[in-house]
Design a protein around this ligand. Structure first.
Ligand code: NI
Ligand code: MN
Length: 225
């Protein structure tokens, strides 16, 4: 399985069976992403919430490739209303897809779409494929239930926002790594816009000072999990 980082909160998972899963594919309007929507394909698109920097190019990609969007109920319905296939879920619920398991978790944030449709509650997501669990926190402040998420799931990779202003900043994200107890933490949602400038190196150093591992993915970099 492979994990690719486009920048911001946009990732691509490619399974050993060749299924492609995008998370929050904000590409065309994202100046930091070296990959644009015309360059990607998707079997599934997982959305954490409806904000434009997460919904991104979902409709364009999903219509072109007949992708299935996976999102909380209100956001999934919004996708269906825009002629996109979707699987409706909600926070606390998990579902076994052909590629693996998806479970939505809480996130403290908003979820209004760019054209002012309420996207339901914002979410984080646990994706488990071939025994490897990835936690994508979505946009959120820190919350104590991250401890429970860490206790109940053996998280291999935690993708955590560090950009501050709209989400956790570096110090809160470092604290979150203590709660989550992930094997490896990866910073996201930083340096896309001036207001979310943050240092991934500071995050990495602080996580390592706690005896845990963090890696910084370059924009466009793909790693083997
Ligand atoms: Ni947001
Ligand atoms: Mn965001």
């Amino acid at each position: 399985m492979k994990l690719k980082y486009f920048s911001h909160s946009a990732f691509q998972i490619t399974t050993d069976e060749g299924k492609v899963i995008l998370i929050d594919p904000f590409l065309d309007g994202n100046l930091t992403s070296p990959v644009k929507s015309d360059d990607v394909t998707a079997d599934y698109i997982i959305l954490t919430h409806a904000h434009g920097d997460h919904l991104g190019d979902t409709f364009k990609i999903a219509k072109k490739h007949n992708s299935m969007v996976i999102a909380v109920n209100e956001l999934a319905d919004y996708c269906i209303a825009n002629d996109v296939n979707a699987h409706n879920m909600h926070i606390g619920g998990g579902h076994n897809f052909v590629f693996g398991r998806v479970k939505f978790t809480i996130a403290h944030h908003g979820s209004l779409s760019p054209d002012n449709h309420f996207g339901g509650e914002p979410a984080g997501v646990l994706v488990t494929i071939d025994g490897i669990t990835i936690y994508h926190a979505g946009d959120t402040g820190i919350f104590l239930d991250m401890k429970l998420i860490g206790e109940m799931n053996n998280i291999d990779y935690a993708l955590l926002p560090i950009g501050d202003n709209f989400t956790m900043g570096v110090d809160d994200a470092v604290k979150a790594t203590e709660f989550l107890q992930a094997n490896i933490s990866i910073p996201m949602h930083y340096n896309t816009f001036p207001v979310i400038e943050a240092s991934p190196n500071e995050f990495k150093a602080k996580v390592e000072s706690l005896g845990k591992k963090a890696i910084i993915l370059e924009y466009g970099q793909e790693i083997d999990l």
